[in-house]
Design a protein around this ligand. Sequence first.
Ligand code: UDP
Length: 336
Amino acid sequence: MHQSKGKTALITGAAGFLGSHLTDRLISEGWHVIGLDNLMSGSLENLPEAFRSNRFEFVEADVIIPYDINADLVVNLACPASPPRYQADPLHTMKTSVMGAFNACEVARKNNARLVHSSTSEIYGDPEIHPQVESYRGAVNPIGIRACYDEGKRAAETIIFDYNRTHGLEIGVCRIFNTYGPRMDPYDGRVVSNFIRQALLGEPLTIYGDGKQTRSFCFVDDLVDGLMRLSLAGPDCVGPINLGNPTELTIMELAEEIRNKIGTQVRIEYKPLPSDDPTRRKPDIAEARSKLGWEPKVMLGDGLDRTIRYFDALIRSDKLADYQIADNARYSMVAG
Ligand code: UDP
């Protein structure tokens, strides 16, 4: 791959948080992009720039059904990624990961295209090794509430590596750690989107458990840069490669950081810790540094400022209510 101008990328999950940013970046670098999404957790609101380009095409489809699309590069991002979202319809989440992986492999194989697949830090479960290196095999509860996503994503890695071994499919697998930034769904239940939305609306910040659990947050532009490098890397760069920001902090520290930015008068409300919630998480990114020449550049404070401005604009333009209505409709749709 390696001349991008005029080539076509197929992005599954293009209307999602990461997919839409990657779509914009590929278009800005001369690619044609075909974005595929079932709009279950993604939104066309994320693609205003893409729809203004004559190098963008959108296909509403579910990756669990085989599809036939011509492309030089396939990037498989389709899957709800926030715990409340992927747990809302766990069987569909498993199908999305597993059948989505088969279908992405098949379409890439028919096109002789490179397949870039977004795996996840959830592969490591509640990790006993810290920070998490790619060689660590993880500690996942196979029958817990997170398993539909964790085990689905683990099976997807198996499928993709077996396609590489049995069909010679060119693959690049990354394991994405917590990522935040503009276009996060304000109601998808993730910690950064919850805290910023709550603080801006003057509502208490909901900390689950004692807030001592840790995460490491990567700003979306950095993450997309890593995805681009993995997409353009040669066939030897198969991964899996961790992509994330190694700056680790407790959820309590994140709450304090956001309160300091938006309003220290905002209260904190403690809620029960969901089961199997990982105690700590931090990527070892030595592999990404050496294989992709990649490391995150955006400091947490700057990334949060940019995310807060995005959420603030949503509130000021009265769009927050639209997201809430759309989310309620989706949740009732999957529930019943
Ligand atoms: N969390 C929290 N309050 C919230 C949402 C999440 O304390 O309103 C915690 C959650 O229990 C987890 C961490 O924040 O320990 C990150 O949660 P998130 O859903 O963003 O992603 P995860 O890394 O768990 O997939």
